[in-house]
Design a protein around this ligand. Structure first.
Ligand SMILES: Cc1cc2nc3c(=O)[nH]c(=O)nc-3n(C[C@H](O)[C@H](O)[C@H](O)COP(=O)(O)OP(=O)(O)OC[C@H]3O[C@@H](n4cnc5c(N)ncnc54)[C@H](O)[C@@H]3O)c2cc1C
Length: 447
């Protein structure tokens, strides 16, 4: 171990895992740098409509934590940033951070949003999963409760940056914060420990060639945005192709998961629960609609999860069909779903208005570089390997580097938060142990 020990932590990824770990370390009295590659912290949780098993509004429970991160004296959020390189060892890592050009001086930007209101150019919104009815502007903040509440310019769509036209945002900005000539810039920081919380993405539905590439065949996160009361349709259920209210919706579980022959062999662990949740929410919004769920088996392994599923079947009358879907294709106005009901042995055909594929969770491809520069071990799918599956589940095997959340494996929010707390407590023990001169803690703590 080096002579100087920086009792400051770096957390890479500002989803619920990174947010929870940052708050726990900061509340313990140590400084945290929270690096997030998008313009706001929040991750996927803020995109969700309501969350199982309690049907809480995720924005209502996560945004107070996001604001706490933004205001905490021990947390420095570096949004729209990425880790370029890391050298050194536990206690003394040197990290080079890229600040991506936002074309807005964030020290001057007050978040008033006048630029965004007046911007004439629309572009697909990453936050709304690029759904046709939820575009954003070329200067934007990803969502209303973003932290930090600052604007960024999308250089691929801004008329000033692409064609040297427009310039309206600079004209209306009351604090003259627009900087069309801004470039990426770099910063070097020193930290003593690192938590990697780069999260997940969904396996692309285009990988499933047996299922139609159709605007009305969407993935789970797209349907979350449609269900969300603060989403692009204000929670009114519409299908993307013609904005009609769908009267029959089919959910397909294990889309790309548990399919060792063609796709991914593992279980994504949240799809059984979120399909049940989405079918319930759909039925609450469209009481005369029908929801069908195709499943291999239903896994409800968390607290109150089985009761939640029973409620979906008994109270909301969701129709569960046991079997794998073999084909999905458009026929006129309908999306036909072919499957085999393995309980009755009969072929099933549903003429649906909308199909939701519960795509497998995969490690976020945006986390690849950081895993490489940190030299982290991963499994064959890219999830970060823990030092010991049972006794060191948040250690990575590299002293001072820990993992939290879905970067390690698919998991739900309660498990993500618990693991983030676990990783934070390892960092706290490391820092306070070193402070008290008990350097022997290092071996136990880093696995
Ligand atoms: C359709 C769907 C519905 C769901 N519904 C529920 C539910 O109702 N209840 C429940 O408990 N769970 C639910 N989940 C699971 C839940 O979304 C996850 O458990 C949770 O969001 C995981 O949080 P995370 O912080 O690990 O990852 P993420 O939310 O993916 O956050 C990771 C963050 O890291 C950032 N990042 C990535 N790479 C980098 C990098 N190189 N540098 C800096 N930052 C980076 C990302 O931009 C992101 O902000 C659902 C999942 C899906 C797919």
């Amino acid at each position: 171990m080096s002579e100087t020990f920086e009792k400051k932590a770096l957390i890479v990824g500002g989803g619920v895992a990174g947010i929870q770990a940052a708050l726990d370390i900061a509340d313990g009295g140590y400084q945290v740098i929270l690096v997030e590659r998008t313009p706001s912290i929040g991750g996927h949780m803020v995109q969700l409509s309501e969350v199982f098993p309690t049907l809480d509004c995720p924005q209502c429970i996560l945004t107070p934590k996001m604001v706490m991160c933004g205001q905490h004296p021990n947390i420095d959020i570096k949004a729209y940033c990425e880790v370029e390189s890391v050298t050194g060892e536990v206690g003394n890592f040197t990290v080079k951070i890229r600040h991506k050009a936002t074309y807005v001086d964030w020290d001057a930007c007050t978040g008033c949003g006048q630029c965004e209101q007046k911007c004439p150019t629309k572009a697909p919104s990453e936050f709304n999963r690029e759904l046709a009815f939820g575009p954003r502007k070329a200067i934007y903040s990803p969502f209303a409760q973003a932290v930090p509440n600052k604007r960024v310019i999308d250089p691929d769509h801004c008329l000033k940056l692409t064609k040297d036209k427009c310039g309206i945002c600079a004209k209306v900005c009351p604090t003259q914060a627009i900087r069309y000539d801004q470039k990426d810039w770099f910063e070097e920081i020193k930290v003593g420990a690192i938590i990697v919380a780069t999260g997940y993405e969904l396996y692309k539905k285009e990988n499933l060639t047996e299922y139609a590439t159709d605007p009305d065949v969407i993935d789970g996160l797209e349907f979350e945005r449609i269900l969300c009361p603060s989403g692009p349709t204000a929670g009114v259920i519409r299908r993307p192709s013609d904005e009609k209210e769908p009267k029959e919706v089919v959910f397909v579980q294990c889309a790309g998961s548990r399919d060792p022959d063609k796709h991914l062999p593992y279980c994504s662990r949240v799809c059984c629960m979120y399909c049940c949740k989405m079918a319930m929410l759909y039925k609450h919004a469209v009481p005369d609609g029908q929801a069908y769920i195709f499943y291999i088996d239903v896994r409800t392994d968390g607290k109150m999860y089985e009761e939640f599923y029973q409620r979906g079947v008994e109270e909301d009358r969701i129709v569960y069909l046991r079997g794998k879907v073999s084909k999905i294709f458009r026929q006129g106005d309908k999306i036909v779903v072919f499957g085999m009901d393995t309980l009755t042995g009969k072929r099933v055909e549903v003429e649906a208005d909308l199909v939701v594929l519960a795509m497998a969770m995969i490690p976020n491809p945006a986390g690849e570089k950081v895993k490489k520069v940190l030299n982290l071990k991963t499994d064959q799918f890219g999830f970060i390997t823990e030092a010991h599956a049972k006794l060191h589940p948040v250690e990575t095997g590299i002293d001072g580097i820990f993992v939290a959340g879905t970067a390690q494996a698919p998991k739900d929010i309660p498990e993500t938060v618990a693991q983030a707390g676990g990783a934070a407590s390892k960092v706290l023990s490391l820092f306070s142990g070193v402070e008290k001169g008990q350097e022997a803690v290092l071996k136990e703590l880093t696995g």
